[in-house]
Design a protein around this ligand. Structure first.
Ligand code: ZN
Length: 561
């Protein structure tokens, strides 16, 4: 593989007419193939074409996120959104042909069953009749991203964006935390109408697409779009119940413990992120120092992560500093033509930088480990499995946290474990909310806020927003990007966290085995569905009864609760 660097990657937008002809050719050659090997050779050419297109899409999306104000990047992204459904149609047609091919069993034998399962799922999610709707959906998602990226909040005499102001949630001074949260939620309150309107349009649009495709509502379509091939809504509902039964009570105790530690009567919403009276440990704001420490960390960890990180740095496959106009959040994308991932984040000087960094590096490492997978389908697994690699690495880097937090590394570990667990009730509430929203697509914005508030009471009974604007009236979900842009994605984090916590347990008892299982899982890429991958890494599926009890029990001891 060429040792390409990111600045060298230039992929032209596909010419639609030429792409259509290329597909035409593929169909003809496939039909004319005289034996299985010839047919597979045609499919290899298709694979190459898709890598080319995927790489172009990834670069275009990334450039837009790097500067949401750049007109050229915006136009390119719009163009990409326009073409996406057309490209989907072309590939879906070929997938349909393969699914119906009498020689499918032989193809499955050679390509693996998983690709076919994914296609079964995927082909139900697209018909030309929804082409315009998909373009409109991307447009609305972009509106949400731009609206949030453009927020200018003034706090303590400075102008911050939404990525920057959240750092004050970790300020040791309680008054500062509360004041910053006031400013943040006031911004949401001021944009309430727009936020409600964008979401309302999205719900109507998605429900409409579901109807056009013959689904009862968007919930079923949403699951198919996530290509969940080996579990269903009932499994997810049972999992949410388990979190409610096992983690919510633990969460209450944890918040009480946190309040005692902070010397306050109870934790208010603005106290949630702080666990120590002197403030949380931080890695500091020196970017170059962070990168040096990251080098040292991966050198200590080994198992291929050391060489891989060097390759990321050399090839400039990272954009981690926060700046004006840059989209919020963190993610990992990949350039499939070159077998290289790219990580994006917005460092703000809090411990979250370390978490986001190790998280995205986990994704990136899996992508790199799977780069020799023969089919595009297998470069990444489905998302709930992807998040095991990322959240798993967050825990597997624990022994090296001294490099970022010095003598407060133990504080970091406590806080990381506590926040990972208390995240679960929030995460399942986000999922539950989306089920309610799409099962009741005609609900009014006010009814949606009420639904969210109800769920908060159930899953996170400790929450108290005091007199904060917006969040106090059931509006917190509007700051959760996934609810707008990636419907039904969120449960994946909780399923994966349940697996990642098992890596935490294993590493504590047998580090070498945990690392071997982890790298093995990464190299499998997306060859198999979620529960098979989980089994391959010797983990217990989150859908099995009691999957959380061991972890919660050990966490209690570890956190002294
Ligand atoms: Zn992730």
């Amino acid at each position: 593989m060429t040792q390409i660097t990111f600045p060298e990657i230039q992929v032209a937008a596909p010419d639609m007419e030429a792409t259509r002809q290329a597909y035409e050719q593929l169909h003809q050659s496939y039909d004319a193939a005289e034996n299985l090997d010839d047919a597979l050779e045609v499919l290899q050419r298709w694979d190459q074409l898709r890598r080319q297109i995927d790489t172009w899409q990834a670069v275009t999306e990334l450039r837009f996120h790097q500067d949401t104000r750049d007109e050229q990047a915006k136009q390119a992204r719009d163009h990409c959104d326009q073409l996406r459904p057309k490209l989907t149609e072309l590939s879906v047609n070929l997938k349909r042909k393969l699914l119906q091919d009498p020689q499918r069993p032989a193809l499955e034998e050679r390509m693996g069953k998983q690709a076919f399962s994914l296609w079964e799922s995927e082909t139900t999610t697209y018909e030309p009749v929804i082409e315009e709707d998909l373009v409109q959906e991307s447009r609305l998602n972009a509106q949400y991203t731009e609206l949030l990226a453009g927020a200018k909040l003034s706090f303590q005499g400075q102008t911050s964006n939404l990525s920057e102001i959240v750092k004050y949630r970790e300020d040791p001074d309680r008054n500062v935390r509360q004041a910053a949260d006031q400013v943040r939620w006031q911004w949401f309150e001021d944009h309430r109408e727009t936020l409600d309107d964008i979401f309302d349009q999205l719900v109507t649009l998605r429900d409409g697409m579901a109807q056009k495709l013959g689904f009862d509502n968007f919930v079923d379509l949403g699951y198919q779009r996530m290509t969940r091939v080996d579990y269903n809504q009932q499994d997810v509902a049972r999992y949410r119940e388990m979190v409610l039964a096992e983690v919510t009570p633990f969460g209450e105790e944890l918040r009480n413990h946190q309040a005692r530690q902070l010397g306050i009567e109870k934790t208010m919403a603005w106290d949630e992120a702080v666990y120590f009276p002197q403030g949380n440990p931080t890695p500091g704001n020196d970017y170059d120092h962070m990168i040096r420490q990251a080098h040292a960390m991966f050198a200590d960890i080994g198992y291929g992560l050391d060489d891989f990180f060097q390759r990321m740095v050399d090839g400039q496959f990272m954009d981690l500093k926060n700046r004006e106009g840059k989209a919020g959040g963190g993610f990992c994308t990949s350039f499939d033509l070159y077998g290289m991932p790219y990580i994006f984040a917005n460092f703000n000087g809090t411990r979250g930088d370390v978490e986001v960094f190790t998280h995205e590096m986990g994704h990136a490492f899996q992508c790199y480990m799977s780069r020799h997978q023969p089919w595009v389908e297998y470069l990444w697994p489905t998302y709930e499995s992807c998040e095991i690699h990322s959240m798993g690495l967050e825990f597997l880097t624990w022994p090296t946290m001294e490099k970022f937090f010095g003598e407060r590394a133990d504080d970091f570990r406590q806080l990381h474990l506590a926040s990972s667990l208390i995240f679960l009730p929030y995460g399942v509430a986000v999922d539950h909310f989306q089920h309610l929203v799409y099962e009741n697509p005609t609900a009014s914005p006010a009814e949606r806020h009420a639904m969210w508030q109800d769920l908060e009471t159930q899953y996170q009974p400790w929450l108290d927003y005091g007199d904060l604007p917006h969040a106090g009236q059931g509006g917190r979900w509007q700051s959760q990007r996934h609810i707008y842009a990636s419907p039904f994605y969120y449960i994946d984090y909780t399923l994966a966290q349940t697996c990642a916590l098992q890596f935490w347990l294993r590493a504590a008892h047998d580090r070498d085995q945990a690392m071997k299982d982890y790298t093995h899982l990464c190299s499998l890429g997306g060859q198999a569905p979620f529960q098979e991958l989980v089994k391959a890494a010797s983990l217990v599926s989150p859908f099995e009864d009691g999957c959380l009890s061991g972890v919660v029990k050990e966490a209690r001891q570890w956190l002294d609760i």
